[in-house]
Design a protein around this ligand. Structure first.
Ligand code: NOJ
Length: 561
């Protein structure tokens, strides 16, 4: 079956190279490690791999701080290894998309090294420099994503530079056409090597509001309204498309905190020639409390439905959705949206069903396919993520928060939940490395690992495989229109998909209790029958279609006939 673009029809698998597979015993995942697992990816059935950054980097933010965009990080291997990886993927019919991190570079990039030398250096305007205010304070009051002021003073030229992330990640100045040209040339370098597209890191941050105004009167404040989806974003995206992307048959997905469905529909509308997909954050925000991600609350099914409705209806027939429930920046989905103890298998499969039965392209994050869970390290010293460590310092050392409270937030929300090594088997360090891993392995690796999952026909892995196969056979899973049913139900999330003359119903019990589902009146005509497509429980008895009882975390998909 081939009807639309490859990026609509294939499933994407994200690899976080540092934590995937170590081939040389230094405790850090690497390219040769990934090469050794290509048959595993083939077996799963994914059609596209998204590789988190593998470029030269001092690793202040694990590769999202790049010091040379056209070279490979020593710890990960060489350009020859990378070429072999690309070839190995293509040989297996799997495409490769690379991470494009161009809102900022590393402060160790030669551009920045030049830029900081003097105000008249030819690279000065590759970055965003401003003098301090008269009273000696920062040029504006914005805080960075990782906490603290978004400005860093540099005494060489007595000015501040902007960094929306860590101070080792200075923001690039997209207003400068020379910078834009340099980025386009770099993109062309990789496309000429034969890659199949880009995942674009925080791409909606590249256009800042004219004059960089402060956000209100507080000393420090969140300034998102002045740099998220800013005034010239679409101009830059269109230019990038025209100058680079339109010359290749490739895909793009732009990471966009704060993006709305209305804007995303514009950015991903093929007529606008900007991007194919965006990653929005509205699902990820349903458990954020008033103070943001660390101050979390229990998420509600009604909110998951409301957000999903907005995006499913909002982009239908206009743009295209990306579908994800976790990635390297988020906690593990089974711990967050399912149940990682009693119903781990059932709930992981239910979430997988959800992911593969919405309109859009599913993105699987490494380890999700075996139901890997969040981790609880005893001590803050065992954590590695800059955002987590900054939070702990600000909350506990500077803010007086009790350690237990900060650790509870870290257990629920830390990015390191996603970054513990991939659990391959039950040998030491889960088979990830023969050395000391750069971050501890989740102690549950003896129960949760790839080797077991491959052996057990009823595993989460085999369920993913089946969903991916079904998606290849049934265009309705990809293209069908989404329509929510029984919206008020407190335990069940149910929706139909409709495509040509076909209609399916997806019924998901998001609770750990039995739940009753009655076919709503609007589906009256289908009371006579249904055919089961997939379910995460065995022994699904055929009942009269109007009354289904679902067991804890039971998921069923039927064709309505
Ligand atoms: C988003 C990336 O996914 C995250 O890992 C990184 O820290 C920031 N962008 C900065 O590049």
């Amino acid at each position: 079956m081939k009807m639309g673009a490859f990026w609509q029809e294939e499933v994407v698998y994200q690899i976080y190279p540092r934590s995937f597979m170590d081939s040389n015993g230094d405790g850090i995942g690497d390219l040769r490690g990934i090469i050794s697992k290509l048959d595993y990816l083939k077996e799963l059935g994914v059609g596209i791999v998204w590789l988190s950054p593998v470029y030269k980097s001092p690793n202040d933010d694990n590769g999202y701080d790049i010091s040379d965009y056209q070279d490979i990080m020593d710890e990960f291997g060489t350009m020859d290894d990378w070429e072999e990886l690309l070839h190995g993927l293509h040989e297996r019919g799997i495409r490769l998309i690379m991470d494009l991190v161009v809102n900022h570079s590393s402060d160790e990039h030669s551009w920045f090294q030049e830029s900081k030398k003097s105000k008249d250096n030819p690279y000065r305007d590759f970055y965003i420099w401003k003098p301090g205010k008269g009273d000696g304070s920062e040029p504006n009051n914005w805080v960075s994503f990782f906490g603290g002021s978004a400005w860093q003073y540099d005494e060489v030229t007595d000015e501040y530079y902007l960094h929306l992330f860590s101070k080792k990640q200075p923001d690039l100045n997209w207003e400068n056409p020379r910078l834009r040209r340099a980025v386009y040339d770099m993109m062309t370098f990789w496309l000429e090597k034969g890659i199949d597209g880009f995942r674009m890191d925080v791409i909606n941050c590249i256009s800042k509001a004219e004059g960089l105004p402060s956000a209100g009167d507080d000393k420090y404040a969140w300034g998102g309204e002045f740099f998220l989806c800013g005034p010239r974003l679409e101009q830059y995206l269109k230019e990038m498309n025209e100058e680079v992307l339109s010359k290749y048959d490739v895909m793009t997905v732009g990471e966009m905190p704060g993006v709305t469905p209305e804007l995303a529909a514009r950015y991903t509308d093929p007529a606008n020639k900007e991007l194919n997909m965006v990653f929005h954050f509205e699902t990820m925000d349903i458990d954020a409390g008033e103070g943001g991600k660390w101050n979390f609350t229990k998420w509600k099914l009604a909110d998951l439905k409301a957000v999903t409705n907005k995006w499913q209806y909002g982009l239908n027939g206009r743009g295209w959705n990306s579908l994800y429930l976790n990635n390297h920046d988020q906690p593990r989905m089974v711990s967050r949206f399912g149940d990682d103890t009693v119903y781990r298998k059932e709930s992981a499969k239910l979430l997988a069903t959800f992911l593969h039965t919405l309109q859009g392209t599913p993105y699987i994050f490494q380890g999700e396919e075996i139901g890997m869970t969040n981790v609880k390290f005893d001590n803050i010293d065992q954590y590695r993520d800059i955002e987590t460590l900054n939070f702990f310092k600000e909350a506990v050392h500077d803010g007086g928060m009790p350690v237990e409270q900060a650790m509870a937030a870290i257990y629920a929300k830390s990015r390191d939940n996603a970054r513990t090594p991939m659990q391959w088997n039950e040998s030491k360090h889960a088979g990830f490395t023969t050395g000391e891993p750069w971050i501890g392995v989740n102690p549950n690796f003896k129960e949760i690992n790839v080797e077991d999952a491959l052996r057990d026909k009823d595993s989460i892995f085999h369920y993913y495989k089946k969903l991916i196969q079904l998606r290849k056979q049934h265009p309705i899973m990809i293209y069908g229109d989404y329509d929510i049913v029984a919206e008020e139900h407190e335990q069940i999330y149910a929706y139909t998909r409709t495509w040509r003359n076909e209609k399916w119903i997806v019924i998901l019990n998001f609770s750990d209790r039995e739940a009753e589902f009655t076919l709503p009146e609007k589906l009256e005509e289908y009371r006579s029958g249904s055919q089961l497509i997939i379910s995460n429980y065995e022994n699904v008895t055929e009942r009269p279609i109007s009354e289904w009882n679902l067991r804890p975390y039971e998921a069923r998909v039927y064709r309505l006939v």
